[in-house]
Write a protein that binds this ligand. Structure first.
Ligand code: B12
Length: 300
């Protein structure tokens, strides 16, 4: 249903969207049986279809929330205080990524870390896989921020502030993600020298961690000249290398070649990802695959 409407019509869409009991239960953070009971008690208004199914309009929820302000259930997908919160909650329930990209970008630019956080947590609580949140929401928001800066809609400092809101929110989201206790194997994640873009690799880190892989993450601008000691000590089964910006192709290529040689020597499988690899040669027996999104990271 979400695809039928353009972004600017989110508001209008909400006026006419019918919700079923399951969706309302998700939005309010209660069981479906509680929703049914509230409707029977007349606390939550609805209309019934010819077949006897309960259907809700947004105004039914708005009324309910206004009347039960202090008794609001505490665990809901998104804290419901205003009509706008309901719109966001609905977008979460429906997986309306295009609306969520708009909201997240707006909140990131306004440094509303709390709101970005609530959207991410809401999506995870609504059982969207982590990789989908990264592929469908975070990556497009980061690209949108880059575009806004290029078009002069954001100054460089505003772009930095918004980027950090996103980075912090991603890291905080990981705090509620279920991590398997039993570890499958160890993976080493590195950026290349002179690389400041580390958000893509951080998300790779989180997706792998949620899959029960023990991750070692090197951060920005990795000094890799003594990296063989890490291979010797920890013998990672996999090496993930990220590259977004390649300031000096020759220097980066030779660093990459050395890394691939070390990985090969230790029998470590290498996965690479990021736009920087368009400029680099990855034709090496240690390289298993170039990965293009977080679903692929999750699937292998
Ligand atoms: C945030 C940002 C920054 C931040 C980074 C903060 C941080 N902690 O990461 C800061 C402000 C530091 C920064 C600096 C610079 N940036 Co910058 N930055 C961005 C921005 C807006 C978002 C990057 C991001 O996080 N994207 C989100 C990730 C998830 O998306 P992605 O990079 O497209 O990656 C996809 C895949 O490749 C994959 N992936 C990515 N990495 C990996 C790794 C693995 C292992 C796997 C499996 C998959 C994978 O996942 C994504 C899903 O599709 C982009 C705009 C854009 N279009 O991306 C510019 C952008 C990347 N930056 C750019 C530039 C030019 C710079 C600077 C040179 C600016 C300057 N003049 O100083 C410096 C570079 C400094 C350096 N030495 O690295 C250019 C790069 C152009 C190019 N390819 O040459 C871009 C594209 C902006 C632009 N259009 O000009 N930047």
């Amino acid at each position: 249903m979400a695809e039928q409407f353009s972004n600017s019509n989110v508001q209008m869409k909400n006026e006419i969207t019918e919700l079923n009991s399951v969706q309302v239960a998700k939005m309010l953070g209660v069981n479906v049986s509680t929703v049914k009971r509230w409707t029977e008690e007349g606390k939550l208004k609805c209309h019934k279809t010819a077949g006897g199914h309960r259907k809700f309009f947004m105004h039914h929820l708005v009324e309910f929330i206004k009347e039960h302000e202090n008794k609001n259930p505490r665990v809901n997908l998104f804290p419901l205080e205003t009509k706008r919160d309901l719109d966001i909650s609905l977008a979460i329930t429906q997986g309306d990524w295009s609306a969520l990209i708009d909201y997240c970008t707006e909140f990131a630019v306004a440094s509303r870390r709390d709101k970005v956080q609530q959207i991410l947590n809401g999506l995870y609580l609504a059982q969207y896989p982590l990789y989908a949140i990264y592929d469908e929401l975070i990556t497009p928001v980061m690209h949108r921020l880059g575009l806004m800066w290029m078009k002069g809609e954001l100054t460089i400092i505003e772009e930095h502030l918004a980027t950090q809101v996103m980075r912090d929110s991603i890291i905080r989201l990981q705090g509620i993600v279920r991590i398997p206790k039993k570890k499958r194997f160890r993976a080493l994640l590195v950026n290349l020298f002179d690389e400041l873009h580390d958000i893509g690799l951080k998300m790779v880190d989180h997706v792998l961690e949620a899959r029960g892989i023990e991750v070692m993450f090197s951060g920005q601008n990795t000094p890799s000249f003594r990296i063989d000691s890490v291979f010797k000590k920890y013998t990672p089964k996999r090496l993930y290398i990220s590259s977004t910006f390649v300031p000096n192709v020759r220097a980066t290529q030779s660093e990459l070649d050395r890394l691939l040689e070390i990985a090969h020597e230790y029998g470590t499988d290498v996965y690479v990802g990021g736009a920087g690899f368009q400029d680099l040669n990855i034709d090496h027996p240690a390289v298993e695959r170039l990965l293009e999104n977080f679903k692929q990271v999750h699937d292998i």
